[in-house]
Design a protein around this ligand. Structure first.
Ligand code: ME8
Length: 662
């Protein structure tokens, strides 16, 4: 079988000095939808996302939280990662700019650019916006033209990148690859920027400490954009990118405010290093709240979790992709969100699925009926469905999500209308009536199958349920969209178990719940907080020092013997949605397999734990951690001021599973 064609797409890597809002969620969900779609079209599609963890902002935020930068970014990155898991995002690589492999890639890329003569040392004085991590073109004392915050005058020794040398190569590239920058408006904006002349770019800093060091040139560290953009390379093999075969990217998906970095700087860095250029940079519009860009600095953000909690992740995914024309700005409103949920998901797809399968259940013993003679109204619906397949795929290819969904929902509406005019429920028991009903129900179920396959990239959770409800083989994501045709629904297929899809919800109540949760989230302490003082407030310093030094109470051997510890072997390990510190493990302790939760998720990759032998406290009373039953405890050392867990183990001997520790 020939290899599947490769497809590589990226989200921006997000700053860790804040938590995700639905603007970030939008970019990530769009990418996830494209990845799922491409896989269903037969591509070996890989998507990367991650976190941008260096720079002055992080230095300051970590200081404010009273923790080292490394701890600050580890906790924030875990928050981002956990959210994407909750939203069903299938990222293949979560790259952090503090990953060692990333640092090596940045240093390597710099060396390529330098060896090729595109880097030179110099000095720079300018107004710097620490929020945007960029020098800005304003006079001292003036605020940043982008975010409105005060700027700082910075003078420092640094290394320059000869961006000016790339004006013509870039313009030639844009001319030769007219689709490189999308949409058209952004392309024009970039063209006029480059045509206006390019100034060399400072790519290192000596005024910043928290960054990747420039080898042999300390205290220089890399400027955030040279560092951040390179994540797209380090995520797929770094200097050995040819081995993975994914670089350069087919698609960098970004918000419009960072188009210049992606469409000018990034290709220039790559040209300087002699590396291939991405195929396309797509800059989407902004989600607005009260007509302003949703952003942390304006404080007008809406978080994804309350929405997912009240309406489910598919509702958020659907709303974001349906309501905003891709490429343009879109306004967020809770009202429109719940409206869409009730009308399109509960009354539309959900209702079609439940009434169709309920009728088949009632009249055909839960098996897809065999159609008899098709009448013109059946064929008309079949033609509409077959045409919809072509149009939807064409729209997805153009990233026209909103139009694709509109097309699918027009098919759902036509099917509802078909059911109303054919009213299978009022047909009787005569042979002719039974045959007619079978034809109508088969036709309706066939539309539902096609709708489910076409909608899967956007609604992965609910379409997976509908797929099994229809008794279809495999998972919805295994459908090859290229082979999707009208008429493939096999009569006699047994329906699966019925499942709740989109329960209708009262609008005012839903909005009230989401807004209350949003408020709660706004007032919640940051996930990175200053460690609590060792003593209770009010206790004297002398008393707490004495308490800290007091010898712990001694226990007798009989007390120790009460603790039953045994050698266990980890069989499976997975992350727990909504609990970024916990891993859910199943552990073989010799006599049985136990489920145990361990607070090690931030320091151990689940896959790497499989087969590892660990010390387990097996006679601890079962308890629930974040709602998950834990029956036992894995023993770990607590290392360093942040209490990093290090698993106790048996590296020297092949110890027997179930052996007792005494
Ligand atoms: O710029 N509407 O990170 P960032 C739509 N680290 N999308 C939005 C949005 C909104 N209101 N707000 C944010 C950075 N986004 C750099 C990127 S890449 C090598 C480095 C999305 O945390 C959108 O994709 O500020 C935007 O470009 C990105 O988040 C900015 O994320």
């Amino acid at each position: 079988m020939p290899d599947k064609p490769k497809y590589y797409l990226t989200t921006p890597i997000y700053y860790t000095n804040g938590l995700p809002h639905i603007g970030h969620t939008y970019s990530t969900i769009v990418c996830d939808t494209i990845r799922r779609y491409k896989r269903m079209r037969g591509y070996d599609a890989v998507m990367t996302t991650g976190t941008d963890e260096h720079g002055v902002n992080v230095e300051r935020s970590a200081k404010k939280a009273g923790v080292p930068e490394s701890e600050f970014v580890a906790k924030m990155a875990a928050e981002w990662r956990a959210l994407w898991d909750e939203l069903g995002v299938q990222g293949d690589e979560f790259i952090r700019t503090t990953d060692l492999k990333h640092a090596h890639t940045v240093q390597w890329l710099f060396k390529q650019c330098r060896d090729n003569g595109f880097v030179y040392p110099g000095h720079y004085t300018g107004q710097y916006c620490i929020y945007d991590n960029a020098y800005v073109d304003v006079m001292p004392g003036e605020n940043c033209p982008d975010c409105g915050r005060p700027t700082e005058t910075v003078t420092e020794a640094n290394f320059y990148f000869k961006l000016s040398a790339f004006q013509k190569p870039l313009l030639d590239w844009y001319a030769k690859h007219p689709d490189f920058i999308q949409p058209e408006a952004r392309r024009n904006e970039v063209l006029s920027f480059v045509e206006g002349g390019l100034r060399d770019l400072s790519i290192t800093r000596t005024s910043v400490r928290w960054g990747i060091p420039v080898p042999g040139e300390e205290p220089h560290v890399f400027y955030v954009w040279f560092d951040a953009l390179t994540a797209y390379l380090s995520a797929v093999g770094g200097p050995q990118y040819e081995k993975t075969g994914f670089f350069p990217a087919d698609l960098h998906l970004v918000g419009k405010e960072i188009i210049r970095f992606h469409a000018v700087y990034w290709p220039a860095f790559l040209m300087a290093a002699g590396l291939p250029l991405p195929k396309q940079v797509w800059a989407h519009g902004w989600l607005l709240m009260d007509s302003a860009k949703m952003s942390k600095s304006l404080g007008n953000v809406v978080r994804p979790r309350p929405i997912v909690h009240v309406l489910g992740m598919d509702a958020l995914r659907y709303y974001l992709l349906r309501e905003t024309v891709f490429g343009q700005d879109g306004n967020f409103s809770y009202d429109a969100l719940v409206q869409r949920y009730n009308s399109d998901l509960a009354n539309g797809l959900g209702n079609l699925a439940s009434r169709t399968t309920a009728m088949i259940e009632k009249n055909n013993g839960g098996k897809i009926p065999k159609p008899a003679t098709f009448q013109p109204q059946d064929t008309a619906l079949a033609t509409k469905a077959q045409e919809a397949i072509g149009e939807v795929l064409e729209q997805y290819d153009k990233l026209g999500f909103s139009l694709a969904l509109e097309e699918i929902w027009s098919l759902i509406a036509a099917t509802d209308k078909y059911l109303t005019t054919e009213h299978p429920w009022s047909l009787g028991d005569s042979e002719a009536d039974q045959q007619r009903r079978a034809t109508i129900l088969w036709t309706t179920a066939e539309v539902l199958r096609i709708v489910t396959a076409l909608t899967h990239p956007v609604l992965p959770e609910s379409t997976t349920k509908v797929w099994s409800l229809l008794g279809q083989p495999g998972q919805a994501d295994s459908v090859a969209l290229d082979g999707l045709r009208w008429g493939q629904l096999v009569p006699g297929t047994a329906l699966g178990k019925s499942q709740a899809l989109f329960p209708r919800i009262e609008k005012a109540e839903a909005i009230e719940r989401m807004e209350a949760m949003e408020k709660e989230a706004q007032n919640a302490p940051s996930p990175v907080t200053t460690p609590a003082p060792a003593s209770a407030p009010g206790a004297s310093a002398a008393a707490s020092a004495a308490a800290a030094q007091a010898a712990p109470e001694k226990i007798g051997i009989e007390d120790f013997a009460k603790v039953e510890m045994r050698v266990g072997q980890i069989k499976t390990a997975e992350r727990i949605v909504g609990a970024d510190k916990l891993l859910k493990l199943t552990v073989d302790i010799g006599t049985e397999i136990r489920q145990i939760c361990a607070g090690i998720a931030q320091f151990y990759e689940p896959e790497k734990l499989i087969g590892r032998k660990v010390a387990v406290v097996v006679n601890l009373a079962p308890r629930k951690l974040r709602g998950v039953e834990s029956n036992g405890m894995i023993v770990a050392a607590s290392v360093g001021p942040e209490g990093r867990p290090v698993l106790a183990g048996f590296p020297d001997e092949d110890v027997e599973i179930g052996a007792r520790l005494k």
